[in-house]
Design a protein around this ligand. Structure first.
Ligand code: UD1
Ligand code: CA
Length: 473
């Protein structure tokens, strides 16, 4: 039988230092949970199965993960109580008996920055050398907190010593254990029975297996990874923000390499998923996360947020605005400053959505304008429509708790400060006089005026004020 290739993710730990109600691995790192990022990095590895060790708040973690769309099956193993990483691996035996011919990639659920290609490199090297264990190591300028890789006089791997068990000499070693391993399962798991809790933390250390293997002259090869950033483990809120910063920096670098100008990368938060076309300019202070796709020659920001499924076509400007959940903007459109587009706001080409305009569950046709102070909710707006400043669509019926649609056909002109009480249809090329409250459909080409007629009282000011006000006595 062909050897299996299995992934194991350790995610049972409590994450005490985050001081959170949310399980550690569910904390988001630029729009995706740590564990989702880890599992997605497994996708190209063609694993036969992934085993996830959960423990603390196991149900909640399992629930979230089971809703992710992943191309491999996930087998959950519960570790209760949590007695260390070695103890966590012992639980894996329940899903993967010791005699199973398998190569197992082990990583931690709190290391979301490792790239898929780095795992691939590790597996490739493991395949070539066929050791008992290939372990990842990185030289750190400040290795505090990590396990250190101890070598013998011949520079051969000897063991890993945890920070809390290390001597002063050992603490000076810059080579740390990343917590990522590929192991020959029957050989590796055969040592679990030898693990003890005789250490500073009273835990079963997974790392002790490597020392025991080396003692028995089994091959343990340290594999050096170039970038310490990638193996950042998140144990605290500061490390969580550090991880977001690293991802954002990488994204900015990638985009700039692809021809995007970023005026001040340090001011930006850019999730790795975002795509931006060449010759676009990102101005300072933007937060872009999710499936954000921006075209060529766009100007985005300053100070613009996009979160969710956002599509901005070529030659658009989006300034000081907030775009959420599902938004699409046709090419050559101008949004903002201070626009709020959310939940299926679909704009055509050359559309103008200006300051203090909110658009949701609404389509706007080509060349239409809502340039100032509008609310457009649950509306179908045609082409060449002009919405005057202050126009509001009254889409919500609070008595029946229902939303109704407003249809505004091609070429309609709506005067300033009008209220369109849905459901209502303004047929093609109709006009609404400013200040109207429209409750009935308006026929094509008609003008609707729905406001009190102006009354004028002659000489009223002089009659009422015998004494002019504001005049010094
Ligand atoms: C571990 C390594 C250390 C390494 C570091 C890299 C050990 C003993 N030490 O230390 O050498 O430098 O990772 O980040 O392995 N977990 C469980 N069950 C448990 C305990 C932990 O599933 O009982 C999981 C945690 O959820 C986490 C991972 O294992 O995802 C690592 O645990 P953590 O406590 O963070 O280990 P470190 O002390 O960082
Ligand atoms: Ca850790």
């Amino acid at each position: 039988m062909a050897k299996l290739r299995i992934g194991v993710v350790l995610a049972a730990g409590k994450g005490t230092r985050l001081k959170s109600d949310l399980p550690k691995v569910l904390h988001p790192v630029l729009g995706k949970s740590m564990i989702q990022r880890v599992l997605e990095s497994f996708v190209p590895l063609k694993l036969d199965q992934v085993i996830l060790v959960i423990g603390h708040q196991a149900q909640q973690v399992e629930e979230v993960i089971s809703h992710l769309n992943l191309p491999f099956s996930i087998h959950f193993v519960v570790q209760e109580p949590q007695l260390g990483t070695g103890h966590a691996m012992m639980q894996v035996l329940k899903a993967l008996p010791s005699e199973t011919q398998a190569d197992v990639l082990i990583t931690c659920g709190d290391m979301p920055l490792v790239l898929a290609e780095r795992y691939q490199e590790l597996l490739k090297l493991y395949d070539q050398k066929q050791p008992a264990v290939a372990m990842v190591t990185v030289a750190m300028s400040d290795p505090t907190g990590y396990g250190r890789v101890v070598r013998d006089q011949e520079n051969q791997f000897q063991r890993i010593v945890e920070e809390k068990d290390a001597t002063l000499e050992e603490k000076k070693i810059p080579w740390i254990n990343a917590g990522i391993y590929t192991v020959n399962w029957p050989v590796f798991s055969g040592y679990f029975a030898k693990l003890t809790q005789n250490n500073a933390q009273g835990e079963f250390y997974l790392t002790d297996v490597l020392g025991l293997l080396a003692q028995d002259k089994k091959q343990v090869i340290p594999v050096v990874w170039p970038d310490p950033d990638e193996i950042l483990g998140i144990n605290s809120r500061s490390q969580l923000s550090e991880a977001c910063g690293i991802l954002s920096r990488w994204t900015a670098k990638r985009l700039m390499d692809q021809g995007v100008s970023i005026v001040n990368p340090q001011s930006m938060t850019l999730a790795p998923e975002i795509q931006v076309g060449a010759d676009s300019v990102l101005y300072p202070g933007c937060y872009l996360e999710g499936d954000v796709v921006i075209g060529f020659h766009c100007e985005i920001g300053p100070y613009t947020t996009m979160r969710g499924e956002i599509e901005v076509s070529d030659f658009c400007r989006v300034v000081y605005s907030n775009l959420e959940r599902r938004v699409a903007i046709g090419k050559n459109s101008y949004v903002g400053p201070f626009a709020h587009l959310r939940d299926n706001a679909i704009l055509g080409e050359t559309v103008r959505v200006g300051n203090f305009v909110e658009v949701k569950e609404t389509q706007i046709g080509d060349r239409s304008n809502a340039a100032h102070l509008c609310y457009l909710g649950d509306a179908d707006v045609g082409d060449d429509v002009n919405m005057g400043a202050g126009t509001i669509v009254a889409n919500y019926d609070p008595i029946r708790d229902a939303k109704h649609r407003t249809v505004i056909e091609n070429g309609v002109k709506v005067g300033c400060n009008s209220v369109l009480i849905a459901p209502v249809t303004l047929h093609q090329r109709s006009c609404i006089a400013a200040g109207s409250v429209i409750t009935e459909d308006v026929e094509s080409g008609d003008l609707a005026i729905a406001r009190a007629r102006q009354t004028q009282i002659e000489g009223w000011v002089d009659k009422t004020s015998a004494q002019p006000v504001n005049e010094p006595s």
